[in-house]
Each structure stands twice: as structure tokens, then as C-alpha cells.
Design a protein around this ligand. Structure first.
Ligand SMILES: Nc1nc2c(ncn2[C@@H]2O[C@H](COP(=O)(O)OP(=O)(O)OP(=O)(O)O)[C@@H](O)[C@H]2O)c(=O)[nH]1
Ligand SMILES: [Mg+2]
Length: 178
């Protein structure tokens, strides 16, 4: 397994809250925006509206180790919606997302992995509420952490806990208040 390097939290001069930037990358329609909505508003939307370029969302998460501020980078997945936007080299963590019910989205992970600028990278198989139609192998081939989730039936904990534990170094971190 590749060594995962925990980055230091950036401390804001006034609030002293740790801050991390997390980017979501993956083929169009895999559920990146759905997860952002789930995290920020606890809503699941059936309607698909492809993201144009990049949408940036601030989010505060309350944990047993204090409040953590996150900046969530929600990228286009459809190349025709990319415009001049490229994935950032400033992310503290990258989620590479694919759709467990669509094999092409798993095949395309390599393209998105090449767009990242370093570890840690987490692979998430989204839509585990649907029938899985293939066996994912990308994470084992590339020795990356992997889990499955669903923006429809899952919770914020499913997506964020492993990442926040890794970034903070607190193996007992839990999210509170949601
Ligand atoms: N059943 C199911 N549907 C989901 C899930 N996550 C997202 N969807 C649906 O999949 C479609 C695409 O979701 P988006 O979140 O817009 O996909 P995206 O990855 O942001 O797509 P782009 O912005 O084009 O890159 C929408 O119709 C969502 O309702 C899930 O976990 N389960
Ligand atoms: Mg989107």
C-alpha cells in the first residue's frame, strides 16, 4: 500500500479550527454532487444536473475533536462541461468516485487518478443501494483505500469518517450533531 501522508491542518488565525480541502473526482453521474448535497443539506435529489466546471462549498463539521472546516471541491465529470477548469494541486485529500452500477465509471478511474496531485487518494464505489454489476479492482491494483457508499441511503458518516480520521490522525474521530 502506498504511504498515506497526513497533511498538517491549516490553522485559521482567529478561530484555530483545522481546515482541509477535499476534492471529488470521477465520471459524470457517479454521484459527486449528490454527496455534497447529502453532506451539507441531508437531501438526496433524484434529478441529474451535470456540474459545469467546479463548485466550491464550505462546510463545518462538528466532531469529538472539535469543529473542522472543510472546503469541498465538486468537479465536472463530463468533459464537455469542463471548460478551462482543472483539478487543484491544493487538495488535502481526493475522493475518486465511481458508480457500482456502471462499469465505465470504474474504467475511467485511471483518467481521474492521473488528474490528482498526490496522496491521500480514497476510492469510493457509490450507489451501493443498487445492484453491483461488476467486481471493482482499481483500488487493489493501485493499493488505495476503498469503501462503498450511497448518497441515497447512506449518511455523511459513511463518506467522511475514514477521510477525517486519516487527515486528523484521530482513529476515534466521530461526527457529532448529525
Ligand atoms: N440510486 C442512487 N442514485 C444516486 C446516488 N448518488 C447519486 N445518484 C443519482 O445519480 C445521478 C447523478 O448524480 P450527480 O451527483 O449529479 O453526479 P455527478 O458525479 O455530480 O455528475 P457530474 O456533475 O456530471 O460529474 C443523479 O440522478 C442522482 O440522483 C446513489 O447513491 N444511489
Ligand atoms: Mg456534479
Amino acid at each position: 500500500m502506498k504511504k498515506l501522508i497526513a497533511s498538517s491542518p491549516v490553522l485559521d488565525g482567529t478561530t484555530k479550527m483545522p481546515h482541509y480541502t477535499i476534492q471529488l473526482l470521477g465520471e459524470g453521474g457517479v454521484g459527486k454532487t449528490a454527496w455534497i448535497k447529502k453532506i451539507r443539506e441531508d437531501i438526496f435529489e433524484k434529478k441529474y444536473v451535470g456540474t459545469v466546471g467546479l463548485e466550491v462549498h464550505p462546510y463545518h463539521v462538528e466532531t469529538n475533536h472539535g469543529i473542522i472546516t472543510l472546503t469541498l471541491y465538486d468537479y465536472y465529470g463530463r468533459q464537455e462541461y469542463a471548460g478551462p477548469v482543472k483539478p487543484t494541486d491544493k487538495a488535502d485529500a481526493t475522493i475518486l468516485m465511481f458508480d457500482l452500477s456502471r462499469k465505465s465509471s470504474h474504467k475511467n478511474l485511471d483518467y481521474w487518478y492521473q488528474q490528482t496531485h498526490g496522496e491521500p487518494v480514497f476510492v469510493v464505489g457509490n450507489k451501493n443501494d443498487l445492484e453491483a454489476v461488476f467486481t471493482p479492482t482499481y483500488h487493489t491494483e493501485h493499493d488505495l483505500p476503498y469503501w462503498t457508499a450511497s448518497a441515497k441511503t447512506g449518511t455523511i458518516h459513511d463518506l467522511l469518517i475514514p477521510i477525517l480520521r486519516h487527515l486528523t490522525g484521530h482513529d476515534d474521530l466521530v461526527i457529532q450533531g448529525v
